[in-house]
Design a binder for this molecule. Sequence first.
Ligand SMILES: Cc1cc2nc3c(=O)[nH]c(=O)nc-3n(C[C@H](O)[C@H](O)[C@H](O)COP(=O)(O)OP(=O)(O)OC[C@H]3O[C@@H](n4cnc5c(N)ncnc54)[C@H](O)[C@@H]3O)c2cc1C
Length: 428
Amino acid sequence: MEKFDAIVVGAGPAGCAAAYTMAKAGLTVLVLERGKYTGAKNMWGGAFFGPVMGEIFPEFRKEAPVERFINRHIISFMTKEDCLSIDFKSYHGDEGSSPGFIMLRAKFDRWMSTKVEQAGAILATGLEVTDFIFDGSRVAGVKVGTEEFPGNVVILTDGANSLLAKKAGLRDDYKAPDLKQGVKEIIKLPREVIEDRFGVSGSEGVVMEFVGACTKGLPGGGFIYTNQESLSVGVVVQLSALLENNVKASDLIEDFKEHPSVRPLIRNGETVEYSAHLIPVSGVAMMPRLYSGGILVAGDAAAMVLGTGLILEGANLAMAAGIAAGNTVIGAKALNDFSALALSQYESLLKESFVMKDLQTFRRAPHFLENPRIYNDYPEWTCAMMRGIFNSTGKARRNILEVVKESMKGKIGLMQLVGDTLKARKAI
Ligand SMILES: Cc1cc2nc3c(=O)[nH]c(=O)nc-3n(C[C@H](O)[C@H](O)[C@H](O)COP(=O)(O)OP(=O)(O)OC[C@H]3O[C@@H](n4cnc5c(N)ncnc54)[C@H](O)[C@@H]3O)c2cc1C
């Protein structure tokens, strides 16, 4: 078997970015993907943020299967009956400040992997990497069952809960709250219906995030993203909370779809796809060692996901890390040195990039987002407050401060509010 300069395990955003970077530089690259085709096993909400896509694929706006560009963000606190939203619309035409775009994984992964092949990498699908070849303590390739694929460097981009990173001795077991479970449906609707219901036209798109009753008060949230002719509708919930409370994510998404503020948005839609996936959410606290002799790890496999409660970013971090891993291997190849010391350049590149900077800035966010009041008491309080302000009871109205105080009773103490606000200031 030919010895490759690099073997990439997994053809998601991280793996494709790494493979494309190296193949374009003339390295021999083998990408092994366990799905029957790229994207077959993958899912996400679908919002891609930041300029990294344009940096690696300058023509992506013309070429990539973008569903819609995001020009509206809606964040909602919901109780069983109510929904209080912040609705931000932005019509900035400046591409550099674009808040992002929406894509479907099946189409996006296929497009990206075509670019990888065009750059000269070999992509083999339907092959699940099961183990490594070792040369002493250094990784020297991978195994697919009994078949061996030798390579100077292996880049692990096999996604959340990477068993291979554990096998390579790069990480320990995760702790229970480190993973969230996401479930998602793609609900088909005519383009005109989506545009009418969501107040968009042309290529404009909406990202909606929900907190509260959509997860039965468990840490997590709901989402609805507009595609061209479908909606991505889902919930993401802390896995340990689901297990402890004996709640199924599949039941939560059904309840979410029945909420009075969600039902009209998806009315008469047809569910054409259902998927479930894990997300590593504890950031730097759960990050594995990023490199060792002959091996690098990037993307979800390295827990490079940023969740602040207001945004969830993983795909852009995965791609940026994939590019950094690819560039590290290009440098190592030039020196013909694939030792841990040579590959430590990867960590330096990541520290200089937004990936490690953002994960460091928001390192307290995962712990902060475990606070149950965010998902129970705050939605209950803020919605009760809005009812107090808007509902007319026929009795004399009270001023706003009294309404606020009244709505807090039995839900939030003043000291709790001050404490949580201070923690939020530090965390997000
Ligand atoms: C419900 C949900 C919503 C999300 N929403 C967003 C969002 O809106 N925006 C955002 O930026 N991020 C979002 N994310 C996170 C985002 O999907 C990930 O951060 C991103 O996909 C990570 O890319 P990756 O390449 O590291 O891993 P993945 O995309 O998981 O790709 C890993 C690849 O490796 C393959 N693989 C796994 N094991 C093996 C093996 N042993 N051998 C060969 N191949 C293997 C898999 O089949 C897969 O193709 C969401 C995630 C979920 C679950």
